[in-house]
Each structure stands twice: as structure tokens, then as C-alpha cells.
Design a protein. Structure first.
Ligand code: CAA
Length: 261
């Protein structure tokens, strides 16, 4: 496959793409070249018909310690605003229609926490540390943290975390629902993410895409419009071949052979 300076990319299980952030000397700080590579790698997986789900992880010590502070230090307002600084960070939430499972070990701080929250499912290792420490640098979250953390854990908790810069432990992340699950070892965390991705990749890719789309709509729409949207997509899937494949296989007590159509 393609090689990158700041990423390791592989496909360890059928239908599963794995992207590992690999900038160890800076604890995977998210410099612009890393983000550009990450977008390129995820776009490749989005276009690759053999891939059904993607796992994003870092190292045992750090998922990502945030935006690259050394790169940001001398930015001015006009350069940041004029060049849409970090606008490219959230590209993945629009172009990536395949599920992204984020396996977090070690630090997921600032932009690292924000990147994790752009994923669809977070699995946390025992020493995962989440937080938005921007207040300690004299600034605020800039990659969506104030919005996504608040939706994930509620206003009072998010306000406390963002205003104090205090960290969220793995245990707390699990209890608060920021992480879907917490695991005993870093390896178990990545393995579980890969297994979940493999399971997702084994289903109809049409239905998987629709699942992600409707759940994400819940973050944008009120309940009435959200349920209406879900119903439209649900009805629409009666036009897919895989609806017939899946329901016929159930009735015949057979394993469905998805057509992804
Ligand atoms: N940017 C650039 N470099 C970073 C970095 C970052 N966010 N985080 C760590 N590094 C670098 C360190 O400078 C250090 O490099 P050198 O060896 O060249 O000195 C190397 O990574 C190792 O880090 P430490 O020596 O600090 O490791 P530690 O174990 O003592 O501490 C840490 C780990 C608590 C995560 C600490 O590195 C830290 O506090 N990092 C910054 C965390 C942070 O503030 N993140 C938010 C950034 S702002 C942001 O993300 C804005 C946004 O919302 C978009």
C-alpha cells in the first residue's frame, strides 16, 4: 500500500482498514502534514469497495496530544482566519460515510479528543486520558470540542472539563458515555475495535451506510424531524436488494449473501 510520513496504514482483517497515527516524538500532535495524510488515507478507504469499516488509533502512550502547539504558537488572527486554520480537520465528518471506530490509548487531549469525537464509536484503553486543556494555553477548543463534548457528556460536565482543563479518565469516559466501552489493556482495545469493524464490514454496506447517516442526523435535527428522516431512509431501503436478501435469508433460515446493492 501507500506509505506515509506520519501514519501506518494496513488491513489486518477482512473488510477493515486500520490507520495508526505515527508521530511518536510529538505524541502524535496533529500538525498540518499529518492531517493532510489522514484525510488522504481515509479518502482512499472511502473509495475502496473492499473496505467496510475503519479503525483509527495512536500509540500506547498517546492517541494524539492535540493540535501542534509549536505550529500554532506564532499564528496571527489574519493568518488563522484568512487560511481557515484547521478547517481541513473536520473534512472527514463529511466525506467519510463508512463507520470509523477510534481506539484511544494514552493522551487524547485538545485536538486529539476532538478528532476522537469525530469518529463514530470510541473504545478506550485503561490509561486513556481525554480532555480539552486549551484554557491552559490561553485559548479555547477549536476542532469542535465545545460542541461535540457537550453533546457527548452533557453541558455541566463539559463546561467543567473545558473551563478547568482537567482530564477525563478512561473509567469516567466509559461511565459518561464518551467511550462506548473501556478495556483492560491497550492491545485488547485495538483488537476489540478491529473485531467490531470486522463485524460491521460483514453486513450490507448499503444498510451500514444508512445506519450511520440516520444516527448522525440525530445530532442535527429535533426528534420529530429526526424520526421522519429515519422513516424515509427506512422506507427507501425497501428499494435495496439487500433488504430482500436479508429478510429472505431469515425466512429460509440461511446466511445472507449481501450484494451491497
Ligand atoms: N504540540 C506539539 N508538541 C507536543 C504536543 C503538542 N500538542 N504535545 C506534546 N508535544 C511534544 C512535546 O513538546 C515534547 O517534545 P520535545 O521532546 O521536543 O520537547 C514531546 O511531545 C513529548 O511531550 P512531553 O515531554 O511534554 O511528554 P510528557 O509525558 O511530559 O507530557 C502531555 C505529556 C501531558 C500530553 C504534554 O505533552 C502536554 O501537555 N501536551 C500538550 C497538550 C495540549 O495542551 N493539547 C492541546 C493543544 S491545543 C489544541 O488542540 C487546540 C484545538 O482545539 C484545535
Amino acid at each position: 500500500g501507500k506509505t506515509y510520513e506520519h501514519l501506518l496504514v494496513s488491513s489486518p482483517k477482512p473488510g477493515v482498514g486500520l490507520v495508526q497515527l505515527n508521530r511518536p516524538k510529538a505524541l502524535n500532535a496533529l500538525c498540518t502534514p499529518l492531517i493532510l495524510e489522514l484525510n488522504a488515507a481515509l479518502r482512499n478507504y472511502q473509495a475502496d469497495k473492499s473496505i467496510g469499516a475503519i479503525v483509527l488509533t495512536g500509540s500506547e502512550r498517546a492517541f494524539a496530544a492535540g493540535a501542534d502547539i509549536k505550529e500554532m504558537k506564532d499564528l496571527t488572527f489574519s493568518t488563522a482566519y484568512g487560511n481557515d486554520f484547521i478547517e481541513n480537520w473536520s473534512e472527514l465528518v463529511t466525506f467519510l460515510k463508512k463507520p470509523l471506530i477510534v481506539a484511544v490509548n494514552g493522551y487524547a487531549l485538545g485536538g486529539g479528543c476532538e478528532l476522537a469525537m469525530m469518529g463514530d464509536i470510541i473504545y478506550a484503553g485503561p490509561k486513556a486520558v481525554f480532555g480539552q486543556p486549551e484554557i491552559k494555553l490561553g485559548t479555547i477548543p477549536g476542532g469542535g470540542g465545545s460542541q461535540r463534548l457537550t453533546r457527548a457528556i452533557g453541558k455541566s460536565r463539559a463546561m467543567e472539563i473545558i473551563l478547568t482543563g482537567d482530564n477525563i479518565s478512561a473509567k469516567q469516559a466509559g461511565e459518561w458515555g464518551l467511550a462506548a466501552k473501556v478495556f483492560d489493556t491497550p492491545e485488547a482495545t485495538v483488537d476489540a475495535a478491529l473485531s467490531t469493524a470486522e463485524k460491521i464490514a460483514s453486513y450490507s454496506q448499503i444498510a451500514v451506510k444508512a445506519c450511520k447517516e440516520v444516527v448522525n442526523k440525530s445530532q442535527e435535527l429535533g426528534i420529530r424531524d429526526g424520526v421522519d428522516f429515519e422513516r424515509r431512509i427506512f422506507h427507501g431501503l425497501f428499494g435495496s436488494k439487500d433488504q430482500t436478501v436479508g429478510m429472505t435469508a431469515f425466512a429460509d433460515k440461511k446466511k445472507p449473501e449481501w450484494m451491497n446493492e
